[in-house]
Design a protein around this ligand. Sequence first.
Ligand SMILES: [Zn+2]
Length: 233
Amino acid sequence: MSDTIYCEKCDDLVEYKVKSKKESYNIKNENIEIKAKVAFCKECRTELFHQKLDKINQRKIFDIYRKRHKLLSPEEIKEIRAKYHLNQKEMSQLLGWGEITYHRYENGAVPDSAHNNQLLLIRNPRNVKELLNNGKTKLTVDQKEQLKKRVNKLLDTKNKLVLNLSKNFYNKLKVSANNNDLNLNEYVTFLLTQEYFKKEKERELKKYKLEIKKQLIKNYNNQEAEKDWLEGL
Ligand SMILES: [Zn+2]
């Protein structure tokens, strides 16, 4: 059985062809043009409504609009929620929005710019921490505690050094760290800092050398000038 849709003109379920067609749409008073995929009746060539294709076209239009206005995509919004281990209801409570509003954004609706800005802000765990400490949310005390833990964990990993070392090298580092009475993180930080200041010192030295050289040339030129002057007497 091949795929069929109802054609009003033929008054029957008909086979169809999919063709590309330039279409323009009006989104929030803005014109957006796309190459839409459209179904046509194989019998009478009338354009037919095809639910799946219609969805794909809508998605295309909204994507263009989102890009133009730098708005978050449904995937990006889902990512933010996943980062905090929240469900849709909790996410809407954190933001102080209606659950349906939030749900719509994850399902493809274009967020208005105020909501979009709010989402951008809570993408940063630091802002969620601030919101939990000093803001008003509709989350319960338990939910707040849970989220605080998650946020602290996210902030922690952000500050932590992530190293991918061979076991051999790792062990050597650990021994050296132990010998210096430092834990591994502290020791690596120490080494990196040392390296950084060594480079800084070298740069400084180079600068001084250059200054001295300049001064010497200046002195030499002065002497020559003096000699010329004396000879001229
Ligand atoms: Zn037809």
